[in-house]
Design a protein around this ligand. Structure first.
Ligand SMILES: [Cu+2]
Length: 470
């Protein structure tokens, strides 16, 4: 065993793989697998150690581990990555093992967890294990509980999981920049008893916000308030995969928030409740039904529900500008104004990012963009986009679908395609005679009102009756 002092003590101590092997066996450091696709990977069933139902990380993956004696060992590599937010836009971010966010780490209550963290960033970093109960020196606060991990070095975190739950990891070094660059991931601790808190589907994602100027690839890292891309696992609609469930499944969705504002997450067609937070499980008796669960900043809400009704049900942030992409957030309201399409084209050539709002709303603009009538800057997604089976979805940002179908296999996460609505169960156009609908109970006639009284000028210095004037 090497002591903490010698381990953290100097460059030589951590640079040498041989030194680590003193306590971590022959292959001193576990492999650090990388993921290069943003496609949702199948759940990673445990090949050793206690049994659990693994989570599905939306557009992400879980980090493989190895057992070393009774330690469960993982290897995270902090590094620059490329991340496709949705087809048509790729960002240059910082992340872990090839992606932003990093892979989900899954372990079991009671496990001894050892995480090697290699820093391939151009600056120092650290990892804080948000919500995990651990020794103070493993808390990952650069400068406070440990030295920052210098570029090029590898540090080790070791802790025994005292409890199961939903947690996160993220840097506690140059934090505003490193979060704005996409450095974050989920940490899931499964109950030791696999029958406890059992669900049939267990999804996880972490929410973040970015600020991209049109046509750029790097997020602005000093942004404090004016973010314009709202992401789940660094993806935006239509790039966020669906969450699939079989009719009757108990579904858990663990939603973490490392952006700088809250996200009220609304599910259609169902009621859900908070079964756990980053502080632990909520007792059954303390849960209440919701159709919208607010996820505060720096928090996790593990929502649970029974997939009781078949269909394609939206789940999305209820802040309407969070279900839009970056393009054109500076729009003026031109509803009711006539605009010339040629003029719009000319202006947008001079001012990249200029996007006139439609005279009758923005739906018309989305259609123009889709038809190629409107130029859009490189690497920039339309503000409203996506296609449903009945037409344009006119969404973006934090939006996807929960797809519930009868009789899916227990581990079938494939997109089942658009929902086939049975019989006459889709809203339809009324084709009968339409009489003028009565208004104000007088058949639609607007009675002239009494004229408003003439405003009277008040001479300066005139005393008024207003009380409470100081
Ligand atoms: Cu939101």
């Amino acid at each position: 065993m090497i002591t903490r002092r010698s381990f953290f003590g100097g460059a030589a101590a951590v640079a040498s793989v041989g030194l680590v092997s003193g306590r971590a066996q022959a292959a001193a450091i576990p492999e650090a697998p990388r993921m290069t696709t943003p496609a949702t990977q199948p759940p990673l069933f445990p090949s050793s150690g206690p049994d659990y139902r693994p989570v599905v990380t939306l557009n992400g993956w879980s980090l493989p581990f190895r057992m070393n004696g009774d330690w469960k060992e993982f290897h995270l590599v902090a590094e620059p990555v490329e991340r496709e937010f949705a087809p048509g836009m790729t960002a240059r971010l910082w992340g872990y093992n090839g992606q932003s966010p990093g892979p989900t780490i899954e372990a079991v209550e009671g496990d001894k967890v050892r995480v090697f963290v290699t820093n391939k960033l151009p600056e120092h970093t650290s990892i804080h294990w948000h919500g995990v109960l651990l020794p103070a020196g493993m808390d990952g606060v650069g400068g406070v509980t440990q030295p920052h991990i210098p570029a090029g070095k590898t540090y080790v975190y070791e802790f025994e999981l005292k409890e199961s739950g939903s947690f996160m990891y993220h840097p506690h070094s140059d934090e505003m920049v490193q979060l704005a660059m996409g450095m974050m991931g989920m940490f899931v601790a499964h109950p030791r008893d696999p029958t406890k808190y059992r669900v049939d589907r267990d999804y996880v994602f972490v929410m973040n916000a970015y600020r991209f100027d049109p046509g750029t690839y790097l997020p602005k890292v000093a942004e404090m308030t004016d973010f314009n891309l709202w992401t789940w696992n660094s993806r935006v609609f239509p790039g966020i995969d669906d969450m699939v469930a079989s009719l009757g499944d108990r579904v858990r969705i663990r939603m973490a928030n490392l952006s700088m504002t809250n996200h009220p997450i609304h599910v259609h067609g169902h009621h859900f409740s908070v079964a756990g937070t980053d502080g632990g499980w909520v007792p059954e008796s303390a849960r209440w039904p919701e159709a919208t669960i607010d996820v505060p900043v720096g928090a996790i809400r593990a929502a649970e529900f029974i997939a009781a009704y078949p269909g394609d049900w939206p789940i999305h942030c209820h802040k309407s500008h969070h279900t839009m992409n970056a393009m054109g957030h500076d729009l003026r309201n031109f509803i009711g104004a006539k605009q010339n399409r040629e003029l719009a084209k000319a202006i947008s050539k001079l001012a990249p990012g200029y996007m006139p709002m439609g005279a009758s709303g923005m739906g018309e603009m989305a259609a123009h963009m889709a038809a190629g009538h409107m130029p859009s800057p490189a690497n920039t997604l339309p503000m409203m986009t996506g296609q449903g089976q009945f037409g344009p979805a006119e969404m973006g940002g934090m939006f996807t679908l929960v797809k519930i179908r009868e009789g899916l296999g227990a581990n079938d996460y494939k997109d089942p395609g658009p929902y086939k609505h049975p019989g006459r169960t889709v809203s339809y156009e009324f084709e009968g005679e339409i009489a003028e609908p009565p208004r104000d109970g007088n058949g639609g006639r607007v009675e002239p009102r009494a004229p408003a009284p003439e405003p009277r000028a008040i001479e300066p210095g005139t005393k008024t009756n207003h009380k409470g004037h100081h």
